[in-house]
Write a protein that binds this ligand. Structure first.
Ligand SMILES: Cc1cc2nc3c(=O)[nH]c(=O)nc-3n(C[C@H](O)[C@H](O)[C@H](O)COP(=O)(O)OP(=O)(O)OC[C@H]3O[C@@H](n4cnc5c(N)ncnc54)[C@H](O)[C@@H]3O)c2cc1C
Ligand code: SF4
Length: 505
């Protein structure tokens, strides 16, 4: 522990952020860096409390008190090495992780400089920011270099999908000497890091320089390769000793009300990738370009995806007043983009139908306030009488969450089975598609404890295995799956495991 009294002397500082007027006029990251002295002072607030809960709160088991101490002492390179021992991509999580570690920080739980304010004042160490500063310092100083394997095993692994799960697995597997080919159906590497999460949260240079590092380590990336279509499953099974499915979970939950097929109603994942592509310099077909400029927009859904639509609307100069409605009884967690608009943000709102103008454009949301109650262990929704209301809109974005992985050929051809959340029985992909016609269920690729599916040598990791989740969990899944694949190929593995995360899986 660097400074015994740090937590008594210094308050938690707010994250430095660009002023609203400046940041809504571009797509650059809204957060900026602390000054070095300030971030070291923040790190000195860590109490090194003896039994830290932060690193069990972190799915990766990041050794937080240790690197807090190293940062306080200015030993940045050692902090970076320690961080990399549990996390391949700390500059991603240091920017976009919801930081469950900070919720479990003892300082947050038990100590605040102003006890009367305890419930309001989350007083944890600024762990996520410290993580970002360590990683960024590593890139600035040139400390992050490719680490090619010293010897090769002669084994070949195919990874399908280049999101954080696929990338983490690829890097781990390469470092123990396997030949690794990553197939990606999109034209760029990164999965949702590139085509979901907006640039104002995560500058894409962060993903691109990792891609470069991994290429120099010997990983082969094949973009515009839809496995199951552009390359057959038989070819894959023949040419590789193991396959990892890291295909994400992008099957969207649908809005099943009258009018949901009107013009101007879009899934978030139709909208967000367009802006990221435009920022990257791609020219898009103007007939399909969704522009919110000057329009009144509403968002259904209060999670990350809804907030990302909001930030994009603000930067596209939509009408300043934006509506955001969430069905469950919880106001969407405020994020920096909420302070950029004049929000009408409400929880417990059920959309009942949409109506349009004479040209078929969406023009009104008809909704009602609902309340939720628990009965026999189940949450039941009840309409509040006379609470119906109508709102005039010109665009509507659906950010209602995701049900499971896309089932469009690959999973069927491999013969991989799926599990439906809350059910014991496994579904064949065909049965699952039939079930989805009847009711909405959440599902994922089934695997046993060692990440292997029902097909020998075929593994799964990330959102496709655990359901739509977080980048930090995807990295954890990729690392753990890599260890299991290495074990499968070689009989044993020296790749590390994160016991803390296994305990809270
Ligand atoms: C809009 C949005 C914002 C988010 N914001 C955050 C956030 O701020 N913080 C956070 O922690 N999490 C966030 N998430 C969640 C996070 O992005 C995901 O949990 C994470 O990316 C999952 O990683 P993954 O590698 O499993 O899958 P993905 O990132 O989805 O990557 C899967 C990849 O597989 C490819 N693929 C699929 N099928 C094939 C095939 N047959 N052949 C070849 N390639 C294929 C896809 O094209 C995709 O690139 C957000 C999600 C969304 C949608
Ligand atoms: S990865 Fe997330 S949970 Fe883990 S230390 Fe970083 S911010 Fe905290």
């Amino acid at each position: 522990m660097g400074k015994d009294t740090g937590f008594l002397e210094f308050e938690k500082e707010n994250i430095p952020r660009r002023p609203v007027a400046e940041r809504v006029s571009d797509y650059k990251e809204y957060d900026i860096h602390f000054k070095e002295a300030d971030i070291r002072q923040q790190a000195s607030r860590c109490m090194d409390c003896g039994i830290p809960f932060c690193h069990t709160g972190c799915p990766l088991g990041n050794m937080i008190p240790d690197w807090n101490d190293l940062v306080y002492s200015g030993r940045w390179k050692e902090a970076l090495d320690m961080l990399h021992s549990t996390n391949n991509f700390p500059e991603f999580t240091g920017r976009i992780c919801p930081a469950p570690c900070e919720d479990s920080c003892v300082l947050n739980e038990y100590y605040t400089l102003d006890p009367g304010e305890k419930s309001k004042n989350k007083n944890s160490v600024t762990i996520e920011q410290i993580e970002k500063h360590i990683a960024d310092r590593g890139w600035e100083e040139g400390w992050i270099q490719p680490i090619p394997p010293k010897k090769l095993t002669g084994k070949k692994v195919a990874i399908v999908g280049s999101g954080p799960a696929g990338l983490a697995a690829a890097q781990q597997l390469r470092r123990v000497g396997h030949e690794v080919v990553v197939f990606e159906k999109e034209d760029r590497i990164g999965g949702l890091l590139i085509y979901g999460i907006p640039d104002f949260k995560l500058d894409k240079k962060n993903v691109q320089r990792r891609e470069q590092q991994m290429k120099e380590e010997g990983i082969v990336f094949k973009t515009n390769f839809n496995v199951g279509k552009d390359i057959g499953v038989e070819e894959l099974l023949e040419n590789f000793d193991a396959i990892l499915l890291a295909t994400g979970a992008q099957h969207p939950r649908k809005l099943k009300v009258d009018g949901s097929d009107l013009k101007g109603v879009h899934y978030a994942m139709e909208y967000l990738p367009q802006q990221n592509k435009t920022n990257a310099g791609d020219s898009l077909d103007p007939d399909f370009r969704i522009s919110a400029k000057g329009k009144t927009a509403a968002i259904l859904g209060g999670g990350f995806t809804g907030a990302d639509c909001l930030g994009t609307l603000n930067r596209q100069k939509a009408n300043k007043k934006v509506y955001q409605f969430e069905l469950v009884d919880m106001i969407p967690r405020p994020t920096p983009v909420h302070e950029e608009a004049e929000m009408d943000c409400r929880a417990g709102i059920l959309t009942e139908r949409l109506t349009g103008d004479q040209d078929g454009n969406v023009s009104e949301i008809h909704a009602v306030q609902v309340k939720w109650k628990r009965e026999n262990g189940q949450m039941l929704m009840e309409r509040i009488p006379h609470s119906e209301f109508t709102i005039k809109i010109e665009l509507l974005f659906l950010a209602l969450g995701f049900l499971g992985p896309t089932v469009d050929g690959l999973i069927e051809r491999l013969g991989v089975r799926l599990s439906v959340k809350g059910q014991e029985a496994l579904e064949s992909p065909e049965d699952l598609l039939q079930l989805l016609k009847e009711k909405e269920v959440m599902f994922s690729i089934h695997s046993n404890d060692n990440f292997m599916t029902n097909v020998d040598g075929v593994f799964a990791a990330g959102d496709s295995r655990r359901g739509a989740s977080l980048v930090v969990w995807a990295i954890w899944e990729g690392r753990e799956a890599a260890r299991c694949i290495d074990q499968y190929l070689m009989g044993s593995s020296e790749l590390p495991s994160s016991p803390q995360a296994s305990a809270i899986i």
